[in-house]
Design a protein around this ligand. Structure first.
Ligand code: MSP
Length: 515
């Protein structure tokens, strides 16, 4: 069963400040895909980490009067802690200051030099330290005599220095062929793909891939006054985690090329243009997909320190719960688009979908069985075909659900699963097991077994999104760990009759609207 592999990554985060909701979002989304693939029988490698080199980090450390490495250690550990707070199932956490990463960046650089894709010249132009990106004149605007990058709004500064260049211009046609012919789904969603194609068609300039005005990074071999451009360094992390350059390593063989890089739309250019060009030049197979999600907006604006509208994921989790936040972000924000979040809509979502729907379904049925069936999963002598329509509804939809996930249509997935929960609640109301108790206990048992089986299936399907709460429910039902997968949903009788239901607390407390 485990011969299918799946490699998924988050962006690696700049440890330049504390993690915020935008970071949490990229990670949660990637975690949901990783968890789904695991319950679908794949061997998954899920990677996240921190991007620690470059002028941005060096300056931030200086501002805080800290040694740069110590500064990175402190902040990187905050991001590592966040993986626990968010309940991420990452298999690895990479830091670009690690030796394993250094080795792989040096190897990539050597390959690019060998293929003659790198040459020495002089860079003259704009650079944004905050974005760690070069901008052309037509990507810049002037406000109050200061220059800003139009796309990100961050300040740019003029740079003039000796620099190595990567011959990006010579990869233009190959890149277009990649997007248009070889792998039309390389960039998703489609709107982002179009943006990239238009940008590349306008013409690509060679890219400066080294800087000499600071020291915090990986030096160019044989010319160490040059520091390798932080994006060339950072992107390579996806290979370093597989023990590249050892291409005969099991991890590399099993997991490269990556199945998907989950990123935010602001870093699309680096992943969808530079990264495949570097890899083609280095003669390394390309990842299969780059998915650029939208931004999380607060008060309809991108969260930023300067606007003071940052929602702190840790505070929200403390107040509402991690599963609640995971569910809300994925239900409320349509993955490919920007989405506004607010405490009011979070409250409504918890109350309507979780407390009143899925949570209420579990609680009603468990407490009925507790009172009326001696707290045991009822024993059913014989099922009629008609009794299985409820579970067939889910079994028949599994191929569609799988397709939603494989196309990163997370909202459609959630909406479908929560609909199953509505339907199960309706079945309970229609069949009224409480009125069958006296005159038709056999039928009552069938109805209850059916609903418990639905709760089992729905919980398995929701487990990538809300791992904690759904595992509690599956524990109540005595579903073994190895059965918590899609395959077992298809096996109607795998729910064991006679099992004693364990007691649980309220799964999702209703939130008063004045939060
Ligand atoms: N270090 C680079 C990534 C290198 S990957 C080889 C970087 N780091 S970051 O910390 O600035 O951002 C990481 C991710 O967080 C990006 O995907 C970015 O889109 C995401 N978000 C930051 N703010 C965001 C929102 N407000 N909403 C959603 N995601 C946003 O870029």
């Amino acid at each position: 069963m485990l011969n299918k592999s799946f490699y998924i990554t988050t962006p690696i985060y700049y440890p330049s400040g504390k993690p915020h909701m935008g970071h949490a979002y990229s990670s949660i989304v990637a975690d949901i895909f990783a968890r789904f693939k695991r319950i679908d029988g794949f061997e998954v490698l899920f990677l996240t980490g921190t991007d620690e080199h470059g002028l941005k980090i060096q300056r931030e450390a200086k501002k805080n009067s800290k040694d740069t490495k110590l500064f990175c250690d402190e902040l990187s550990s905050k991001f590592k802690d966040l993986t626990v707070t968010l309940n991420l199932s990452n298999d690895d956490f990479i830091r670009t200051t690690e030796k394993r990463h250094y080795n792989s960046v040096i190897d990539i650089w050597a390959r690019l030099e060998k293929s003659k894709d790198i040459y020495l010249s002089k860079y003259k132009g704009w650079y944004s330290v905050s974005d760690e990106a070069y901008y052309d004149e037509d990507e810049i605007e002037t406000k109050d005599n200061l220059k800003y990058a139009i796309s990100s709004g961050s300040k740019v500064e003029w740079v003039e220095e000796e620099s190595y260049f990567f011959k990006l211009s010579s990869w233009q046609d190959k890149l277009l062929k990649l997007y248009e012919k070889d792998n039309p789904q390389f960039i998703l969603p489609g709107s982002r793909r179009n943006e990239v194609i238009q940008f590349v068609k306008k013409g690509l300039k060679d890219l400066s891939v080294s800087r000499t005005s600071f020291s915090w990074g990986i030096p160019v071999p044989k010319n160490p006054k040059h520091i390798i451009y932080v994006w060339l360094d950072a992107l390579t992390n996806y290979l370093s985690a597989l023990n590249y350059p050892n291409t005969s390593d099991d991890k590399y063989k099993k997991f490269w090329p990556a199945d998907i890089h989950i990123i935010g739309k602001d870093i699309l250019r680096f992943h969808a243009i530079y990264w495949p060009a570097f890899l083609m030049a280095a003669n390394i197979p390309l990842p299969k997909r780059v998915y650029g999600h939208g931004w999380i907006l607060s008060d309809e604006k991108k969260m930023s320190k300067s606007l003071g509208n940052i929602l702190d994921p840790i505070e929200i989790i403390k107040k509402f719960g991690i599963d609640q936040l995971r569910y809300y972000l994925t239900k409320e924000v349509s993955l490919g688009n920007d989405g506004n979040i607010s405490l009011d809509s979070l409250t409504n979502c918890i109350n309507n979908d979780l407390a009143n729907n899925y949570g209420n379904l579990c609680q009603r049925v468990f407490s009925f069985i507790d009172k009326n069936c001696n707290s045991k999963i009822p024993i059913v002598e014989k099922f009629e075909k008609k009794d299985k329509y409820l579970s067939d509804e889910i079994i028949n939809e599994i191929p569609k659900l799988r397709k939603f996930i494989n196309n990163q249509e997370l909202n459609s997935y959630i909406k479908q699963v929560i609909q199953f929960s509505f339907n199960a609640n309706k079945y309970l109301n229609d069949e009224q097991p409480w009125s069958l108790k006296k005159n038709n206990p056999k039928r009552m048992n069938i109805v209850l077994y059916n609903i418990l089986n639905q709760i089992r299936s729905i919980s398995i399907l929701l487990s990538p999104i809300m791992p904690d709460s759904t595992n509690k429910v599956l524990d109540v039902l005595g579903v073994e760990k190895k059965e918590r997968n899609l395959k077992s949903i298809e096996n109607f009788h795998s729910l064991k009759s006679g099992v004693n239901l364990k007691k649980i607390d309220i799964l999702f407390k209703k939130i008063e609207n004045d939060n």
